[in-house]
Design a protein around this ligand. Structure first.
Ligand code: PRT
Ligand code: ZN
Length: 292
């Protein structure tokens, strides 16, 4: 581990908390401070470069950092702008999920994709939008804005927008209607192709840790008591449940304690279905890490 592993992270914004949280669950213990643009960690001999998200794909491509956490939407826009780039998605991180959508004025003249012909669309993602319009044979003018895109129809500079949507609240607040999703996105770990074996080894270790944490986050450890005869029914009720472990219950020869790991979140309706087949003493416990 001679050279330092360099990881680019968004300094502040919708990716930063999720990135730091994930890394800290993998023992990095990062405490970002306002004016710190370079954060050092002894874990895997790593330097974190704290930058604007827009710079992350370019940093990795140029070799200023080895890997980085970016929005998939940004990665795709970068790839379209730089078809000969040397970067790739190396792990999906399952946070900062959002979609890039075309939105139009509520009750306006644009009601379907074809109505966009001859119209103007404002966006921060011109290449992704251009690609989508081209594939759908739509001839519209694109204007680029780097923020407050949802204002464009209100101030009369565009008929529609193409912007990121998460809850949809911002669109609603601005009298806009989501008409077409053109891309679904999540945070991704991006890496440069052809990393040195020394760096690659640490990147593989990082991906392993990330996936162990992500898998655990989406899983629950369930413990319950049930009649032996009903154990088979459990498998249908608990989605993603692996072969359950059953343990004898002292003094209750017809019952067993069942321990299972469920790969999907167990919601209240599942709990009531478990009760309906006679499950009692149900415990649902969060899992910290899951290693294969
Ligand atoms: O300063 P810097 O350049 O680093 O950050 P930025 O302001 O350019 O980016 P930022 O922090 O807003 O987003 C970074 C990344 O987070 C995006 O590239 C996406 O991959 C991801 N992401 C996830 C989002 C959202 N969710 C999201 N909701 N990015 C932006 N938004 C915007 C959305 O467009 C709307 O304006 O957040 C607002 C609230 O969304 P609603 O739908 O919940 O109302
Ligand atoms: Zn940005």
């Amino acid at each position: 581990m001679n050279t330092r592993l360099r990881i680019a992270l968004q300094k502040s914004g919708k990716l930063s908390d999720g990135s730091i949280d994930l890394l800290n669950k993998c023992s990095f213990n990062i405490k970002p401070a306002k004016n710190h643009y370079l954060v050092k960690s002894d874990e895997l001999n790593t330097d974190f470069l704290m930058v604007r998200d827009d710079d992350i794909p370019g940093f990795i491509d140029s070799g200023a950092s080895d890997i980085g956490i970016a929005g998939e939407n940004l990665f795709i826009e970068y790839q379209l702008d730089n078809p000969n780039s040397n970067i790739e998605i190396i792990s999906r991180l399952k946070f900062a999920t959002c979609r890039l959508s075309i939105a139009v004025i509520n009750n306006g003249s644009v009601k379907c994709l074809n109505d966009l012909n001859g119209k103007t669309i404002a966006t921060s993602y011109p290449s992704t939008l251009k690609d989508f319009l081209h594939k759908n044979n739509i001839n519209a003018k694109i204007i680029v804005m780097h923020g407050s895109v949802e204002l464009a129809p209100k101030i009369g500079i565009a008929d529609a927008i193409c912007d990121l949507v998460s809850t949809g609240t911002t669109l609603k607040e601005n009298g806009l209607l989501e008409m077409e999703v053109i891309l679904r996105s999540e945070a991704v770990l991006v890496g440069r192709k052809g990393l040195s074996p020394d760096i690659k080894k640490r990147v593989d270790e990082l991906i392993f840790r990330f996936q162990s944490v992500i898998k655990a986050k989406n899983s629950k450890y369930i413990m319950l008591h049930i009649d032996k005869a009903n154990v088979a029914k459990l498998k249908n009720l608990l989605p993603g449940c692996e072969a359950p472990t059953t343990l004898a219950l002292d003094g209750y020869p017809d019952k067993v304690a069942v321990h299972v790991v469920c790969e999907e979140n167990v919601f209240w309706d599942t709990i009531s279905k478990l009760k309906s087949i006679g499950a009692t003493s149900i415990l649902s416990v969060a899992i910290e890490k899951m290693m294969e």
